[in-house]
Design a protein. Structure first.
Length: 274
């Protein structure tokens, strides 16, 4: 499965050490990597830096060059890919970037499997690549646009409610570990029966609050006990390194045993999804 990394902080935080450790895991996740960070206005496309490459991160000169300079940002997303049925190519690498009708810039990373693609399959012709993750990004953007068209105010609460409903629907019979970022808020969701997403809350050198979300513990043994499971089956929003809002839990817990049983039967569901 892929690995996810996200930072949401009150101010710029140097994440190079965490990112070096994170990207070192590409030994076992060799099918592509990507990173994005944000500065300033969430409506300014120039505020988003996005780099993706369809190769193993530890073999990438671009990755080494990026990590060779300080990455001091308040919003960061990173992804290393384990491909399950789609090409090893830049177009299939995360993060994916979309823009809603208000002009707000969104980035998304995903680790999961969509068995039930009823909501996302119609978006197959609207994506650059072939992944269910990118189709999900476009679907969620459409949900946000639809809320605005129906008269919703362009507020955080309206966006949160729209995303909560959409993510709850997506979680039905699907493994949905996703992180979205709009430059102000970072939205996190996991619904697996086993812990597949963790968070670490800390105070940076300047005294500002910060939260890192990751598939695995980072920071070595010294920080291992600081990592806690992300609460499952609900949408969580972070702002300025703090919890901003959490939804009521839904009932769509994805049981990892299903995958284990299917593999024992010779069925590899990952081969038929992104």
């Amino acid at each position: 499965m892929c690995e996810l990394f996200a930072l949401n902080a009150e101010g710029p935080v140097n994440t190079n050490a965490y990112l070096r450790e994170f990207f070192s895991h590409s030994v076992n996740h060799p099918h592509g990597w990507g990173i994005s960070w944000r500065d300033g206005d969430p409506f300014d496309d120039a505020s988003v830096t996005l780099v993706r490459e369809g190769r193993r991160a530890i073999d990438s000169d671009r990755n080494w060059k990026i990590l060779g300079s300080p990455i001091e940002k308040s919003h960061v997303l990173a992804h290393i890919r384990y491909a399950t049925g789609t090409d090893m190519a830049e177009r299939n690498c995360h993060p994916f970037r979309t823009v809603d009708m208000s002009g707000r810039q969104w980035t998304l990373i995903h680790n999961g499997i969509l068995f039930n693609e009823g909501l996302t399959f119609p978006y197959e012709g609207r994506t650059e690549g072939e992944t269910d993750s990118e189709r999900m990004a476009v679907f969620l953007t459409d949900v946000l646009d639809e809320a605005l068209l129906r008269g919703a105010e362009p507020t955080f609460d309206a966006r949160f409610e729209a995303l909560t409903g959409a993510v709850t629907q997506l979680a039905n019979r699907n493994r949905v570990n996703i992180i979205l970022d709009d430059g102000e808020y970072t939205y996190v969701h996991t619904n697996t029966s086993k812990c597949t997403l963790l968070y670490h809350s800390f105070t940076d050198e300047r005294g500002g609050r910060a939260i890192i979300v990751s598939t695995t513990c980072l920071g070595g043994h010294a920080e291992e006990e600081e990592w806690k499971p992300v609460p499952a089956n609900r949408l969580i929003a972070l702002r300025d390194g703090r919890l901003a809002r959490t939804s009521a839990p839904h009932g769509y817990r994805f049981c990892e045993t299903i995958l284990e049983l299917q593999r024992k039967m010779g069925v590899r569901p990952e081969d038929y999804v992104a």
